[in-house]
Design a protein around this ligand. Structure first.
Ligand code: SF4
Length: 322
């Protein structure tokens, strides 16, 4: 086969073999990356998978905190991220220094022990300061199992935390962070879309604001969205999350119709039918994936001083399950 006839997908497959590597991809990655991945999933599924797989190298197609989680669970494996700048607005809005200062303040103010629950969308440094992590897939269970004699501090997603308060009835202090992507869904245009498609089931991710969750028939993690898509056939869905999720849903429930929830239009534009894309996830491309497999970099490293505490918070979550 000449080099001109070898596709990028074939080159990635070859490089993967040479490195004894596995590609894990989040449901929000572009469709081409989803197609070459060995495993697709949400944060929890990929964290579990990374702890189980037998390989030398994990290529994590997602954002930095997810690759850090894989590294924490696999200290002896090389973990690569196609673009090290793939961050997250939630993780960036809550640093370890900010959290430590706020925990001290809250403990003194309430004169009570704090139980910190961190949504996995945070850095390893933040995880190291928490009692347990959660994902949107198991957050209700994690909150329900929190000790009753401690005050819960939930970080870093305010909207997920508000939804959890309603679901569990537990009083919590919420960190004031948010996902800029889920916040960009337009309530007005979602209402119009629902009116146009009264037969559609509206599903929304709990990172969305209250006004969007109020319009949803089901509030679901991305794993929950996959499950509902598999359960139905010839059903129309309006999907309130990052738009690449629709590629995954089409794979799992191919007879259904999926309509992306509309984003807030830019000033001067009338509508924005499909613009809910995560710019951080979008930094990973097929070219960068090939390059990182070829070069064995960029590699994700975690400060050894925080590894035991951060790992314990993730393992506490994995022990609770979905
Ligand atoms: S979709 Fe939101 S929460 Fe997910 S990586 Fe992007 S910014 Fe972070």
């Amino acid at each position: 086969m000449t080099s001109q006839t070898v596709s990028i997908e074939e080159r990635i497959a070859e490089l993967k073999k040479e490195r004894n590597a596995i590609i894990l991809a989040h449901n929000y990655q572009e469709s081409e990356i989803q197609e070459v991945a060995d495993f697709l999933g949400d944060s929890l599924e990929l964290a579990r998978k990374s702890a189980e797989i037998d390989c030398d190298t994990i290529v994590f197609c997602g954002v930095h905190f997810m690759a850090e989680t894989a590294k924490l669970l696999n200290p002896n494996k090389t973990v690569l991220l196609p673009d090290l700048d793939a961050g997250c607005s939630l993780a960036e809005g809550c640093t370890a220094e900010m959290l430590k200062a706020y925990q001290d303040h809250l403990r003194a103010k309430l004169n009570q022990e704090i139980y910190t629950i961190a949504y996995v969308n945070c850095s390893a440094g933040v995880k190291a300061l928490t009692d347990v992590c959660c994902t949107s897939g198991n957050a209700v269970k994690v909150v329900e199992q929190a000790p009753k004699d401690k005050h819960i501090l939930f970080v870093p997603d305010f909207h997920l935390g508000s939804w959890l308060k309603k679901q569990t009835g537990r009083e919590m202090t919420l960190w004031n962070g948010s996902c800029s992507v889920h916040e960009s869904i337009s309530r007005r245009d979602l209402m119009f879309l629902k009116q146009e498609h009264p037969d559609a089931i509206t599903i929304a991710h709990p990172e969305c604001v209250d006004g969007i969750l109020d319009l949803a028939d089901e509030v679901l993690s991305t794993a929950g969205m996959v499950a509902i898509a598999k359960k139905h056939s010839n059903q129309k869905f309006i999907v309130g999350t990052e738009a690449n999720m629709i590629h995954r849903l089409r794979r799992e429930g191919p007879t259904n119709i999926y309509l992306p929830a509309p984003g807030i239009p830019a000033p001067g534009e009338a509508s924005c039918a499909s613009c809910v894309h995560c710019p951080h996830m979008g930094l990973n491309t097929m070219d960068k994936l090939e390059a990182c497999l070829r070069d064995g970099s960029p590699e994700v490293v975690v400060d050894p001083a925080i590894v035991p505490a951060a790992r314990r918070a993730i393992e506490n979550m994995l022990a609770i399950g979905r």
